[in-house]
Design a protein around this ligand. Structure first.
Ligand code: V47
Length: 729
């Protein structure tokens, strides 16, 4: 912490952080301090504006003489899928781009064994002749080096001819990792001094360029710092870099032998460190194509001020397993930015503003006061039992890091750094008419090879949410349900039982002419450890008061419960309906004072709400702050909203990427809910939780048992979602 304070002092007094500081920032799990500092610097520098452009990628050929280990894009001549565009084909793509409003084409490709400098000059000339206004950001240092060698010309000569023919600037690719230990392992392309020298030459001739770093594979934090340092030195010398773009490693169809995507936690920290260390760069890109839209959007709070562009056709990341889609509309880009409270600015390649959405100053993110940075202390500055007005005021401040700091302190008081979850089997009671049917469905579940995981389930959840009022009498009865519970207990003696579904339970109890209290008593007697609300209760006509009363009734019979609060959103681009949300939270806080039986509270996005991950994370922090007397703030991993790849809007109807879960736990959640083993492999979650500096624990339904999960630590490669959930294009 002393080191973090020193770094903070340096940054606030405008001094440079050094490489040892940067290494410290990589090694700390304190993402809130790192992020808030980066956000501070970014807001000072860019005043809450976030840039994007309308562009199109054109990859003229994928034929390449190189065989870089990380590359899934390159093909050898004659290989299936190998292509090389003619000038006409390239012109067609440029024409499409211009028709769609593009101001830039981004052109990079393989090192084609037969293409010479002349072909590139022809390509540039043809595009420029037809579209003189279109900016061509083209050809990496690797391609320039290759063309110079083939033509036996100097780099300067090649660049000068290209500039003459219409080259506007250079992209940042080919930098990979500068440290030779890694560079030599992953690629045989040009050396680090050569890459830097080509950019230096370009800058000295008035050609601006970008720079990148390919991270999240076999490099260490030291290697990353070395890389950033080289870039900072060159920028000091030339000031010729427009932007730095961290490229998160995409793991598929290449020779690296790594099966995982980068951790969301690492993506965000890496962006923040780039913002802090690269103090001589104006622009840090949160490249949505590689990071995914969700993390890219969150990146705007972590020091990034650019989302890149509409892109339209991206192949390099896509072929290596990129999951973000290939194109995004201007409207989506603007929406993504607006929802984080930033001002979208369309730019050209050189960052001249082209269109700035009208805004008033109140919409801008607050210029974070220096005293609020790096973990403010809640207990001294915030009421321990906040009232609705206190919470609304806090929500309106829209300060992600302040919220995260307040919330994570509270969670850590409760559970230290432990983050729990329950590998579970979910049994939906809907069509089961007889206990035998349950046996059948259990057998088929088990036959289905629950997952690649070595973990056995710790919770069986009987989900009653599918039970409909009219049909309940004929289909499933209260006594039938108790019979199911017995079968489950026999079949899985080591698992704890939970029941979910407020409406369903109510229907069953009514049809058996019992009181709710009696219903809960029976559940307790049948060894049910926890009752929880299930998803979309509001849709099933359960009012909030009824929900609260139901939990009270369970508590009267000492049945622990987990209520759920749905987060809804007002019409587009407005903030969540905090009033309602807070009122519910406060009602559970009061209930907890009476009974002490609420073992956790879960927040979920309401169905079809357009909550973005960033909004959701703020809501989690706010909920944690609102209910300090409830031990666990549960964010069900399966219900973290992700952005729709097609609409760029938040959605609760998608499965969350695990990428987001460790981010959420840094902002105050301390449990990831029940995770069905037939849908997610939990080893991936362990890794993500650990990467964020927390200790993963497997728990049972009422948190009375916490299993040690250290045994999974030495399992190197792990699976992500099962393939059926994630089709790689
Ligand atoms: O140089 C290749 C990287 C780069 C993988 O300058 C991979 O505005 C992740 O440089 N996983 C090309 N990355 C892309 C690039 C770029 C992209 C967007 C904007 C700009 C800009 C530049 O892609 C390559 C390489 O470092 N790459 N394979 C992979 N499996």
């Amino acid at each position: 912490m002393a080191k973090m304070n020193q770094i903070k002092e340096k940054i606030l007094s405008g001094k440079r952080v050094d490489t040892a500081d940067a290494l410290y920032l990589y090694e700390t799990a304190d993402i809130l301090s790192v992020g808030s500092l980066a956000n501070y610097v970014n807001v000072q520098k860019n005043k809450g504006k976030v840039y994007y452009n309308i562009n199109r990628h054109i990859n003229p050929t994928n034929i390449c003489v190189m065989s870089c280990k990380f590359c899934a894009f390159a093909r050898k001549p004659g290989d299936e899928g190998a292509y090389a565009y003619t000038i006409d084909q390239i012109l067609d793509k440029a024409t499409e781009a211009v028709a769609q409003g593009a101001t830039e084409v981004h052109m990079v490709g393989g090192l084609h064994p037969r293409w010479k400098l002349d072909y590139y000059l022809e390509m540039l000339g043809a595009i420029k002749e037809r579209f003189p206004e279109l900016h061509i950001k083209g050809f990496t240092a690797v391609e320039i080096d290759w063309l110079a060698r083939k033509a036996r010309l100097s780099v300067k000569e090649v660049l000068s001819q290209m500039k003459q023919a219409g080259l506007g600037s250079m992209p940042g690719g080919g930098a990979e990792v500068f440290h030779e230990d890694i560079r030599q392992e992953i690629t045989a392309k040009l050396s680090t001094p050569e890459w830097l020298d080509i950019h230096r030459t370009a800058h000295n001739m008035g050609l601006m360029s970008n720079c990148t770093m390919l991270y999240g594979h076999v490099e260490s934090y030291e290697h990353r710092v070395y890389h950033l340092d080289k870039l900072r030195q060159l920028q000091d010398e030339t000031h010729g870099f427009n932007a730095f773009i961290p490229l998160s490693f995409q793991p598929h169809n290449n020779e690296m032998g790594i099966k995982r995507y980068t951790f969301g936690f690492d993506d965000l920290k890496n962006l923040a460190i780039a913002r802090l260390f690269l103090d001589n760069f104006n622009h840090i890109k949160s490249y949505w194509i590689m990071m995914g839209q969700d993390i890219a959007q969150l990146g705007l709070y972590f020091g990034a001020n650019d989302l890149d562009g509409t892109v339209v056709q991206e192949k390099i990341s896509r072929m290596a397993g990129g999951r973000a889609g290939m194109l995004m509309s201007q409207n989506n880009l603007e929406n993504l930015i607006l929802k984080t409270g930033h001002i979208p600015v369309e730019r050209d390649t050189l960052y001249n503003p082209l269109k700035e959405l009208a805004h008033n100053d109140e919409q801008l993110p607050p210029v974070v006061s220096a005293s609020n940075l790096a973990r403010p202390n809640l207990n001294r500055s915030f009421p321990s039992e906040p009232k609705q007005e206190d919470l609304i005021k806090l929500a309106k401040e829209h300060d992600l890091f302040k919220l995260g700091s307040l919330a994570s302190e509270l969670s850590q008081v409760k559970t230290n750094t432990e983050v729990s979850f329950a590998p579970s089997i979910e049994i939906k009671v809907r069509d089961i008419t007889h206990p035998n049917k349950l046996q059948d469905s259990l057998s088929s579940l088990l036959a289905h090879n629950l997952s690649e995981s070595k973990l056995s389930p710790s919770v069986i959840n009987l989900d009653l949410s599918g039970i409909q009022k009219q049909a309940e009498g004929e289909r499933v009865s209260f006594s039938g349900m108790l019979e199911y519970l017995q079968i489950l207990k026999e079949r899985f003696p080591n698992c704890s039982l939970s029941v979910s579904g407020t409406r369903g339970l109510w229907c069953l109890v009514q049809s058996a002419q019992k009181s709710l209290g009696e219903g809960f008593k029976y559940l307790r007697e049948n060894q049910v450890d926890c009752f929880q609300s299930s998803i979309y209760e509001s849709e099933r006509g359960i009012t909030k008061t009824e929900m609260t009363n139901l939990h009270h009734a369970a508590h009267d019979y000492s049945l622990p419960t987990i209520p759920k609060v749905e987060l809804n959103v007002a019409p587009r681009a407005e903030s969540p309906m905090w009033d309602n949300f807070f009122a519910q939270l406060i009602s559970y806080r009061e209930a907890q004072k009476e009974s002490g039986c609420i073992i956790g509270l879960s927040i979920e996005p309401a169905k079809d709400s357009f909550i973005t991950p960033a909004e959701f994370i703020m809501a989690i922090s706010l909920a944690r702050i609102a209910i300090p007397n409830i031990p666990r703030m549960i964010t069900n991993l399966m219900r973290i909203p992700i952005l729709s790849p097609h609409k760029g809007e938040g959605s609760s109807t998608h499965l969350a990427e695990e990428k987001l879960s460790p981010v959420v736990i840094s902002f105050g959640a301390n449990d990831l809910g029940q995770i069905p083993l037939d849908q997610v492999v939990p080893e991936a979650i362990f890794e993500e939780i650990r990467a964020a500096g927390f200790v993963p624990k497997v728990r049972n339904a009422n948190f009375s048992e916490m299993a040690d999960t250290s045994w999974t630590q030495d399992k190197g490669a792990f699976m992500r979602h099962k393939p059926k959930l994630h089709k790689l294009g």
